[in-house]
Structure formats: C-alpha cells, structure tokens
Design a protein around this ligand. Structure first.
Ligand code: CA
Ligand code: CA
Length: 82
C-alpha cells in the first residue's frame, strides 16, 4: 500500500511542475523585454509588447517607472491579442 502512496505523490509533483510552467513563461518574457539586461523593464522596453505596455501602470505597483521581476510576476497576457 505504501508504494501506491508514493506513486500518487510523484503524480502530484508532476502536476505542480506543469502548473508552475506559467510562471516560467513570464520569466522568459521578462528576459526578452529587458533588452539592456539591467534587471528591470522600463516603459520604453515595455513598448515592444502591447499587453505589457497596456498594463505597465498597474504592474508598476511602487510607481518607480520600472518593472522588477517581482512586479512582472503579476503580468497576465491578454488571450485576445491574436
Ligand atoms: Ca532594462
Ligand atoms: Ca516598480
């Protein structure tokens, strides 16, 4: 019986791995948009992505005019974009 518990635990961790892939996509997008690689996205850099540009003010929660990776985690792509 113990063996089947381990099997379902392994299956559960696979589900977690799939669920976290959405976060990874944001990480990749952040790196793409951070053209000069200084670790933040400026409004100028955000212009390369219309959805990010639209949400820039909302994402910039401290009003610094730059998006940190932490602020960018809140970004959700608009699925109607295409
Ligand atoms: Ca930058
Ligand atoms: Ca900010």
């Amino acid at each position: 019986m113990k063996k089947s518990i381990f099997t379902s635990a392994a299956a559960a961790s696979l589900v977690v791995a799939f669920a976290s892939s959405a976060v990874m996509a944001n990480d990749e997008l952040f790196e793409q948009l951070d053209v000069n690689g200084d670790g933040v996205i400026t409004l100028e850099e955000a212009q390369a992505h219309p959805d990010v540009y639209d949400q820039f003010d909302d994402l910039d929660s401290d009003g610094s005019g730059e998006l940190t990776p932490e602020e960018f985690e809140a970004f959700e792509p608009d699925e109607d974009m295409f």
